[in-house]
Design a protein around this ligand. Sequence first.
Ligand code: NAI
Length: 405
Amino acid sequence: MAAEAHDILLLERVNDSADATLTGDGLHVRRIDHALDDEGLARELANTRMLGIRSKTRITGDFLRTVPHLEAIGCFCIGTNQVDLDAAADLGIAVFNSPFSNTRSVAELTLAEIIALHRQLFDRSRKLHEGQWDKSSTSAHEVRGRTLGIVGYGHIGSQVSVLAEAIGMRVIYHDVLPVLPLGNARACRDLGSLLKEADVVTLHVPETPVTRGLVDSEQLELMKPGAVLINNARGEVVNLKALRSALESGTIAGAAIDVFPDEPATNNDSYSCELAGLDNVILSPHIGGSTLEAQEQIAVEVATKLARFAATGTTTASVNVPEVELPTRPDEQVRILHFHRNVPGVLSKMHAIIAEHDINITAEYLRSSGNLSYMIMDCGRMKGTDALKRIEDLDETIRIRVLRP
Ligand code: NAI
């Protein structure tokens, strides 16, 4: 049975705001400020049941099999590529992340770029840095009354919609799903009609087989000559060669690009961009979501998910195990949290064991997904640990955890 070590190890300088949430729930937090290799991490996790990482710690299936006490991993970032999610699920280890905490940060950067592109702000600034005083109103515009076309009206796209209307823009959007418009925004039937109508096109779609190359020369040709394009979504969504041609030929008037198809792995790598050197093109190194506020929100969100998992077994918003939203464990009750293989007959075996031991079940919850099931039982008084041992010994059991009064 997993040891009840009330302890979480946070690596890679997870934002401090995680600590209050975790310690407030009675967890003892330990920090190491960098990533560790497998051997070092296994040593540090010898008696620790939860781990918090950012993007530099790689967690493989082989590694997970060396840390039997580990019950949950918090990825204090957006992505979870650094963790072998299937292997973690097979071992009953829940993984959590924070997919939307930087939504506002991306939306604000987008607003800043809309205005900066309309005022040629970066170009004028560069000229002045080089000693050139260019105080003309040529090609400088207010954005009030202009039409913003949002492609992908999800978390970020819809926030951009609200902010843009607040500064007087007309908003149109296109999404593959029938999402409700906010404020006075209007849905466009298809991408083509949005491209023809918008003064600013901003992309907020995920990277999928369909969105790869979504904006290529054919789509750029549809845009208005004075229009600008913003891509703060994913690098593969825009063909940068085609965009360079469209900018050089005056097909469109400017662009702001935060994401690239072949981004370097570290801040120390150099990067040569397809659009470098063009006027009225803002280039930024994938910083759309990189703000201190977003880091704080990520820390609080992931810490909250881990604390709830520790205290009640709740797996809501886990990226790899069945999601179960659980109430607080009633006083005086024992809660059995049981991950098992999703095959017929497991529940009846568990019920038979519980009945044999004269234990009363007061509540039961179950969710299955793929090969994995997550079963939770709240039980009354329980003498000894024999029933729990027999459930743990079932062939189908992957992991059992018990919360006691
Ligand atoms: P979301 O999942 O909330 O919204 C995406 C929307 O795009 C959904 O409504 C979906 O139905 C729609 N969509 C999907 N395929 C489409 C298509 N072919 N045409 C039109 N609409 C389509 O995602 P969220 O959080 O708004 O993120 C949007 C993008 O921003 C993602 O690519 C994400 O990776 C990126 N991002 C970039 C950051 C940065 O630092 N620059 C930070 C955070 C997210």
